[in-house]
Design a binder for this molecule. Structure first.
Ligand code: GLU
Length: 282
């Protein structure tokens, strides 16, 4: 494998790309240039109910229109469920994940704290089920998800740090402590898909030997979990760069649902790729 820096842009094909994605993609390719590396495209489509092949095609079209290119083949997460299951099994064998049968409403009713995204922290209800109780629930066919035992994981790894470059790519790298405890016992294998964003992203960053992760500031806190999983699975931790987010007129993050802002719509209104670049500050 190349010892040059490897970067990735990893959109989920659950809608058309908008200006926020264009910013994220342009940052990734700019960082690849800056560090003398290669930018890859990765399709993060584990949520097969919401992701659609036509959106993947549209992503490719939009990125090419922006003038970006990447090595083939493109890594597609929906082809890799077995690998994510294998990684989860490695953690299961070390008693680092446990089955959880709780519903969303049960969790909301019992949770006392919120995670950095504002979601209820799992109150630990299923953590102390006995083996016999677990077997009964499995045999009954209750829907199950698997959670990381975050406390136990942290006991194993000790204090973790990672390197951040920013706000600009030219800034001096800084060391930061990861604080996975603020997320509680996150789900690593969801009921509906047998994996999760956290698990898949960590497995694939390692599989693609990603050295520099560029992602929006909205994903900054989630990096705590990724650094913990990388250590548990024996993967190296990339350097991280968190880029600014584009805000809509109302000061909120530009959401995919604001479809008036898709690149395709802008293109049909006569925007050029250069207009998009300028609009997002490139
Ligand atoms: N797939 C994620 C998204 O579309 C980004 C993944 C990452 O940067 O880790 O928001």
């Amino acid at each position: 494998m190349s010892d040059k820096p490897q970067l990735r842009f990893a959109p989920s094909p659950n809608g058309r790309l908008h200006l926020g994605h264009a910013l994220s993609a342009l940052v990734t390719w700019a960082a690849a240039d800056h560090f003398g590396g290669t930018a890859h495209l990765r399709i993060e489509d584990i949520d097969i109910n919401r992701c659609k092949p036509e959106f993947t095609e549209a992503i490719v079209e939009d990125l090419h229109w922006l003038g970006l290119s990447w090595p083939e083949p493109v890594l597609v997460q929906s082809e890799r469920f077995a690998l994510y299951a294998e990684a989860a099994d490695r953690l299961r064998r070390r008693d680092l994940i446990y089955p959880c049968f709780c519903s969303r409403s049960e969790i909301a009713a019992r949770a006392e704290d919120k995670d950095p995204d504002g979601a209820p922290i799992y109150p630990g209800t299923c953590k102390h089920l006995t083996n016999a109780e677990r077997i009964i629930r499995f045999e009954r066919g209750d829907p199950v998800q698997f959670r990381l035992d975050t406390e136990r994981a942290i006991e194993e790894t000790g204090m973790l740090t990672y390197t951040v470059i920013g706000p600009t790519l030219a800034d001096r790298p800084q060391i930061r402590y990861a604080r996975p405890q603020r997320w509680g016992d996150v789900v690593l294998q969801r009921k509906d898909m047998g994996t999760s964003y956290h698990l898949s992203v960590v497995v694939d960053d390692a599989a693609q030997a990603i050295t520099h992760v560029t992602r929006g500031r909205d994903m900054e806190a989630a990096t705590d979990i990724h650094v913990l999983l990388q250590m548990l699975l024996g993967f190296s931790t990339p350097i991280y760069h968190f880029h600014r987010l584009l805000l809509g007129d109302d000061g909120q993050k530009l959401a995919k649902s604001r479809s008036s802002q898709t690149l395709a719509d802008l293109r049909s209104e006569g925007w050029t790729a250069g207009d998009v670049r300028r609009a997002v500050g490139f």
